[in-house]
Design a protein. Structure first.
Length: 270
């Protein structure tokens, strides 16, 4: 006999598949609705953020935020947010940008703007700047004596100075080297401040520990260096004197911060 194979399908299977497809489609719809809902929430949140930012910007234009900052230890305020380093040098120190440049000395925002005087940047509240001379660090054989007048200025810059025992005119303090080959090292600095400061600046810095062999002549950074018996006898340890007077102090803005900008450059040029 001939076998006849009738392919009439299976209605029950077809119905199950259709139900499965419907369930899947409903799940997909629910998922899509959920995504749309989250999308709408994200859109609503973004629109609120945009509105708040626009309102803040409008409020800033109506009432500009005052920014407080300092240059060479002097405090200033401004509503202008964008400056170039040269503008700050000219506006707040009055010095020639051809022979001076700006550095930012705040521990969290240190920057050296040498060669970038015309590049604008955003001034932040609490910024602290020093103006640095591009002139050479001269070497001399002179010594100086002084008084503790320097201490108030050092404290305003964040240092913790003291008078050396038995030497009422000798000031010393801890110092973290901010720039140059020795950046990050902790040292002690000593200064003998003239009695007529700020009319006359200290001659140079006393450094502990020693960094270079003693050398009476020569140029910075290794010339004009000898033992500092005065600080060594008062405080112990090894000390050496770097004969580095501030060149043209008579024409400089006479402040402790001005002299400390000179100290900054001495380390930056090591």
């Amino acid at each position: 006999m001939e076998n006849v194979n009738n392919d009439q399908g299976h209605p029950a299977c077809d119905e199950a598949e259709a139900l499965h497809d419907i369930e899947k489609a409903m799940l997909d719809i629910d998922k899509a609705k959920d995504e749309v809902s989250h999308g709408m929430q994200d859109l609503e949140a973004a629109e609120k953020e945009l509105a708040a930012a626009e309102e803040e910007l409008e409020e800033t234009h109506r009432h500009p935020k005052i920014i407080y900052f300092s240059v060479d230890g002097e405090n200033y305020e401004t509503e202008q947010r964008r400056w170039t380093p040269n503008e700050i040098v000219k506006e707040f120190s009055g010095l020639d940008v051809a022979t001076h440049y700006l550095i930012e000395t705040d521990p969290h925002h240190q920057a050296n703007f040498q060669g970038k005087g015309d590049v604008p940047f955003t001034l932040h509240d609490g910024a602290s700047f020093q103006v640095i001379s591009v002139g050479p660090a001269p070497v001399s054989d002179g010594t100086a004596t002084g008084a503790p007048f320097f201490i108030a200025g050092l404290k305003s810059l964040g240092f913790n100075p003291a008078i050396a025992p038995g030497k009422a005119e000798h000031v010393y303090f801890d110092y973290e080297i901010p720039a140059g080959n020795f950046a990050g090292r902790q040292v002690r600095l000593g200064l003998v401040v003239p009695t007529d400061f700020p009319m006359t600046s200290p001659g140079g810095i006393h450094v502990s520990p020693k960094f270079h062999p003693n050398q009476g002549g020569g140029e910075h950074p290794t010339g004009g260096i000898h033992d500092s018996a005065e600080f060594q006898s008062a405080l112990g340890g090894e000390w050496q004197y770097w004969s580095r007077p501030y060149k043209n102090w008579g024409a400089a803005k006479k402040a402790v911060a001005t002299y400390m900008s000179h100290v900054w450059k001495l380390w930056d040029t090591q």
